[in-house]
Write a protein that binds this ligand. Structure first.
Ligand SMILES: Cc1cc2nc3c(=O)[nH]c(=O)nc-3n(C[C@H](O)[C@H](O)[C@H](O)COP(=O)(O)O)c2cc1C
Length: 334
């Protein structure tokens, strides 16, 4: 049995499971592996210099087989219209929006024939989604890894969003790492799930191997919600695994920005040649030049369910089989 939903049908997917943007870990090879295995992923455009978006995306299009095989993600904390235009000109036709007002970005994307995803904070946003032209809502529970917009845990947020969405299909995100989570999201009214942490800890992701291992070892007590890694992305809560930067700051009594230990210290260099400072928001990636351990290890409570770094094909088939088994346990599906 497969689990067909409006999400799988719209994009021709084998699984109702898609991968969140993972900073610089969402490489062309990672998104190509997802597309090949019957899923789909997103690449965040925020780290790409505006003038290079189009050329960088041509590599993703070549690897995945087209601009409808993966999505681009825009973080609307500042003007992202040039990046959106460059992505549309490159041929991308799946656009994900979050953090900020999506209205004019959604309109531009729809005019170009793109499918629009919007990560909402709760039912108030969801009630506006149809008018804005959103095709898929992502309901991000507060247990999520990375930056957080969700106002409540997924168990209550997701059905509240589904109820308010006016029929716009909704995807569950945050704290989901296995088939039981997929089954739960489906029964709460979702058409699929959007996972971040689980896919960081996949063989194919371009995230740093040390960071992947941290996820595989993390328990609930290792996770913190903070605004600490604010370089380039200020005053925005995020969930991370406690590392040396978090520990030093806690030992110093959790001082405010400007008085934190090691503030201004260079911990690495970006591919563009600029300095990466401690407290920067950049996710550690595999070929990075610098101290991967000092950067933010974004992870959701889902990390406690991840025990191994695994190939995407194995992950997806097991998630689906376990979701079916979970659904069969509670309802005889014959
Ligand atoms: C490493 C990492 C980077 C992320 N970067 C983004 C991003 O750039 N844009 C975005 O919309 N969400 C981003 N997220 C959040 C995810 O979209 C998603 O809401 C979250 O991963 C779900 O929780 P989970 O990690 O427990 O699966 C990121 C998550 C992680 C783990």
């Amino acid at each position: 049995m497969t689990i067909p939903t409006v999400l799988t049908k719209r994009f021709g997917l084998r699984y109702p499971v898609i991968a969140a943007p993972l900073g610089r870990g969402a490489t062309p090879q990672f998104l190509a592996a997802l597309a090949r295995e019957g899923s789909m992923g997103f690449v965040a455009l925020m780290p790409m210099p505006e003038t290079e978006v189009r050329q960088m995306l041509s590599g993703y299009i070549a690897a995945t087989g087209g601009g409808g095989r993966f999505g681009v993600n825009l973080t609307l904390i500042n003007d992202q219209m040039r990046r959106l235009d460059a992505a549309l000109e490159a041929g991308c036709r799946i656009v994900s929006l979050w953090q900020g007002d999506p209205t004019r970005y959604a309109r531009r994307a729809k005019d170009a024939g793109a499918v629009v995803f919007w990560t909402v904070s709760g039912p108030e946003d969801a009630a506006r989604a149809a008018d804005i032209g959103v095709d898929f809502i992502v309901a991000q529970g507060r247990e999520a890894g990375g930056h957080l917009v969700g106002k409540a845990p997924l168990m209550s947020l997701l059905p509240a969003v589904v109820d308010a969405a006016g029929g716009v299909p909704t995807i569950g995100a945050g704290g989901i790492a296995d088939g039981r989570g997929l089954a739960a999201a489906l029964t709460l009214g979702a058409c699929g799930v959007w996972m971040g942490t689980r896919f960081v800890a996949s063989v194919e992701s371009g995230n740093h191997p040390g960071y992947k291992q941290r996820i595989a070892k993390a328990g609930f007590a290792d996770l913190v919600e903070t605004t600490l890694f604010d370089g380039g992305w200020p005053e925005s809560p995020h969930r991370v695994i406690r590392n040396s930067t978090v520990a030093r700051w806690e030992e110093a009594g959790c001082p405010a920005p400007g008085a934190r230990p090691g503030e201004g210290e260079q911990i690495g260099t970006f591919p563009e040649g600029t300095s990466m400072l401690r407290y920067n928001a950049a996710t550690p990636w595999d070929s990075m030049d610098g101290d991967w351990e000092a950067g933010p290890h974004y992870a959701g409570t889902s990390a406690a369910l991840v025990r191994r770094v695994e190939p995407i094909a194995d992950l997806l088939s097991r998630i689906e089989a376990d979701a079916e088994a979970a659904l069969k346990r509670v309802l005889p599906l014959t």
